[in-house]
Design a binder for this molecule. Structure first.
Ligand SMILES: [Zn+2]
Length: 218
């Protein structure tokens, strides 16, 4: 179809970055409802370089923080570095530990960085798009929702610059939807608000998040 040749994103397996074997079996994720966007909330300058070694070290650091919070392994399904490397976390069909009360039916995608204070790189956003369209079966058309948009979350995650990105992405999708549905313009606002309030999964804790430790990993 004359598409541009696409460079495959570099995907780093758990074994390659040195993630732990889970202390407990992960529960099943359940039917996919939506994707959740996070940031690590640590400045990208903390990563220590652009090599796969440096970024893998940072992955192990992130995982250590999650282990210290009582998770059985890193809580996200994907972590994306500023250079666009994609690090795998939990298996896609297993439940993550990334947004308390909404882990069932969601996939957690985290960008390395503090997007309250820095802007995401083009490479990271391209990798994010690739994760959504190519690495998550059944995700086509499902919303990507910021962590802090979920009920009950006291967090700035994924940071204002990623929230801006989400708003633009959603506007783009709305624009496309409008073009293909002349006459339905009046329902756009409703559609938008229903997309935003979509995370409505009943609050229930996972074994690894109880009793009161937040499983919103940042
Ligand atoms: Zn988060």
């Amino acid at each position: 179809m004359g598409t541009q040749p696409q460079t495959d994103p570099e995907i780093v397996s758990v074994a390659l970055w040195g993630g732990v074997r889970p202390r407990l079996p992960f529960p099943p994720r359940g039917a996919l409802d939506h994707l959740v966007l996070h940031h690590t909330a640590y400045r990208s300058s903390r990563i220590g370089g652009t090599s796969v070694e440096a970024q893998s070290r940072h992955m192990r650091e992130l995982e250590r923080w999650h282990l210290e919070r009582g998770f059985s392994a890193i809580g996200y399904h994907f972590v994306i570095s500023p250079t666009g490397r994609i690090f795998r976390g939990r298996p896609l069909d297993r439940m993550g530990a990334h947004v308390q009360g909404h882990n069932r039916g969601t996939v957690g995608i985290c960008l390395m960085g503090d997007f309250e204070r820095e802007r995401p790189t083009v490479a990271a956003l391209a990798a994010l798009a690739g994760v959504r369209t190519r690495l998550i079966p059944g995700a086509t058309g499902l919303p990507l929702v910021g962590h802090r948009e979920h009920s009950g979350q006291a967090t700035l995650c994924p940071g204002r610059f990623l929230m801006e990105y989400l708003a633009e992405t959603n506007e783009g999708r709305l624009g496309a939807a409008l073009e293909s549905s002349v006459g339905l313009g009046s329902s756009v606002r409703e559609r938008r608000s229903s997309a935003r309030s979509r995370p409505r999964t009943s609050a229930r804790s996972t074994p690894e998040s109880s009793p009161s430790r937040s499983d919103s990993a940042g």
